[in-house]
Ligand binder design. Sequence first.
Ligand code: FAQ
Length: 311
Amino acid sequence: SDSMNLSAFEDTIAHDRRIEPRDWMPGAYRATLVRQIAQHAHSEIIGMQPEGEWITRAPSLRRKAILFAKVQDEAGHGLYLYSAAETLGADRTDLTERLIDGRQKYSSIFNYPTRNFADVGVIGWFVDGAAICNQVPLCRTSYGPYGRAMVRVCKEESFHQRQGYELLLTMMRGTDAQRAMVQDAVDRWWWPSLMMFGPPDDDSPNSARSLAWRIKRHTNDELRQRFVDMTVPQAEKLGVTLPDRDLKWNEERGHHDFSAPDWDELKRVVSGDGPCNAERIARRRAAHEEGAWVRRAAAAHAAKRTARLRE
Ligand code: FAQ
């Protein structure tokens, strides 16, 4: 019965065990997971664009090979996450259509332009750094396939973050012009990176329920604080300034105090009105339409194979 199912589900959550695809789960739990995992998958796929634009313009063969590998990893993460969403009954084509129709979201961060190669470094350092803060706890999320996907994804994100930071260290050892490029990229990406963690806790409609279900393990503000505390010493070592005059260590709290990002900007970017939203979706739509013949060919091939096996 439903009440027995519900108590088994709640017991599993309470004991920090995992919900698996064939287990009974409340409809709203399933819907929340599909929403978050699809948004996460879309972010990985759209997130290939800002850095992908620099593959042909990388300054050396070594940098090109590294960037190529990173962008391919992001494609892999996206596919992995779409598979996790499929274990909940979602359909991948449907999810892609929801993305390109604007019915499903992807991370606000990928609606900002990459102006020069320092941006590639800062994306690795900040954006992958933020992704790690957010996703390491998701390795313990209550839904099995999502948590297991996060283990591998986080290992690759760590490599991505290191390549970004190492790239910036190299530029900082270069010319004054290169150092200025790094500082400029830091100034542009800092606030959007803080926004990746989502709205502040008192304006986060999904948090309470997702925390109760142990889908999320920490609040948006907790993870944002963790990111700031992790990044400040890295900025000092690199020799750049984070663009917040109120950013300072608070001895009493044992954390850094910092200013709030412009939450109206986050709302605008999430609702489709960021600097690159239209461009990112147009590109994704074109890739989907140009790939239609590949999907048709693959389906025809699979149908022929099945027919042959039946003979
Ligand atoms: N952008 O109630 P909450 C990466 C939406 S990392 C856009 O707090 P929730 C790696 C939210 O969906 C980036 N939308 O929501 C990479 C909700 O809308 P809805 C992806 C945002 O779910 C690196 C509404 O606002 N990572 O891709 C944003 O409890 C480099 C209210 O918010 C993940 O997706 C935002 N920043 O918490 C790739 C991690 N913030 O659906 C390439 C998994 C909030 O109700 C290159 N996701 N919204 O209409 C999560 O941890 C959570 O979903 C949060 C939001 C924390 C993002």
